[in-house]
Design a protein around this ligand. Structure first.
Ligand SMILES: NC(=O)c1ccc[n+]([C@@H]2O[C@H](COP(=O)([O-])OP(=O)(O)OC[C@H]3O[C@@H](n4cnc5c(N)ncnc54)[C@H](OP(=O)(O)O)[C@@H]3O)[C@@H](O)[C@H]2O)c1
Length: 256
């Protein structure tokens, strides 16, 4: 099955690296016009050069720092300019930050920062997406939220992060219920341990890496592509009757 997205407009937040980059790449390869975001112009430029080398010219970039709430409205205006006034068909709320602070050391600013990027920004972006999306017989609207399996277990090391991702799961289900009649499906992917910058340092320690791999039923860490393949499926016509789902892509981690 090879889904095509010719003529579709896609926004992937945090498309400069890791999972977001893999998702943007899959959509671009399948014919979509894609806007990716990064926090700095230099990161964005480096990533866009990679796409140009692959002749994927329909990928454009915008600087967006989701920790600055006011940036979101003006961001959406710029997105529509890049898509020549056309509406966005697919929104991937991918950008996120990790946090492993123990309870005793947590400060209020830090909670606000993690919640702002991981939860409040996706809510505001989803609002902007829903407001501009016009359902037509030929159009299909889709929001894909990148949550985490940390939303499903109570790891003291992932307190704020886990709560923010549990919030994303609820957001997914609530929006699925209220936006379905508007022709928008909303689903979440819960990655397990994926090899990206976010986790690379931690798993560069052989004992930590081995302990993880030993307990995973599939005995390996995942890649951005593992997440991206599900993202394109969820956004496609083939997934036309799927909404409100929280799907783990975790090598079987949650089975334990
Ligand atoms: N890797 C894993 O094992 C794993 C597991 C479960 C869930 N996830 C989730 O998957 C998503 C992507 O993670 P990843 O592993 O690909 O992370 P990553 O490699 O650290 O990339 C994070 C992306 O988010 C962007 N970003 C960071 N802070 C931002 C901010 N304040 N405003 C806007 N964009 C910001 C980054 O942009 P810059 O390049 O400008 O910094 C980058 O594009 C996150 O939501 C994460 O929670 C990851």
């Amino acid at each position: 099955m090879y889904q095509k997205f010719d003529g579709k407009n896609v926004v992937v937040t945090g498309g400069s690296r890791g999972i977001g980059l893999a998702i943007a790449h899959q959509f671009a390869k399948r014919g979509a016009r894609v806007v990716i975001t990064a926090t700095t112009a230099s990161t964005l430029e480096t990533t866009l050069i990679l796409f140009q080398h692959e002749k994927l010219q329909a990928v454009k970039g915008l600087v967006l720092d989701l920790s600055a709430p006011l940036a979101i409205d003006s961001f959406w205006d710029k997105v529509q300019e890049l898509f020549n006034g056309e509406s966005v068909d697919i929104l991937v709320n991918n950008a996120g930050i990790s946090d492993e602070t123990p309870l005793a050391e947590i400060e209020s600013e830090q909670i606000q920062q993690v919640f702002q990027v991981n939860l409040i920004a996706p809510i505001l972006l989803s609002k902007a997406f829903a407001a501009q999306f016009v359902s037509k017989p030929t159009s299909f609207g889709s929001i894909i939220n990148i949550s985490s399996i940390a939303s499903r277990f109570d790891d003291p090391n992932h307190l704020i992060y886990g709560v923010s991702k549990a919030g994303i799961n609820k957001l997914t289900q609530n929006l699925a219920k209220q936006l379905g009649k508007q022709g928008i499906r909303v689903n979440a992917i819960l990655p397990g341990s994926i090899d990206t910058d976010m986790t690379r340092e931690k798993y560069s320690h052989p004992e930590i890496y081995q302990a993880l791999v030993n307990r995973l039923p599939l005995s390996k860490r995942g890649t951005g592509a593992d997440i991206a393949h599900l993202a394109v499926f969820l956004a496609s016509r083939e997934a036309d009757y799927i909404t409100g789902q929280l799907i783990a892509v975790d090598g079987g981690w949650l089975l334990q």
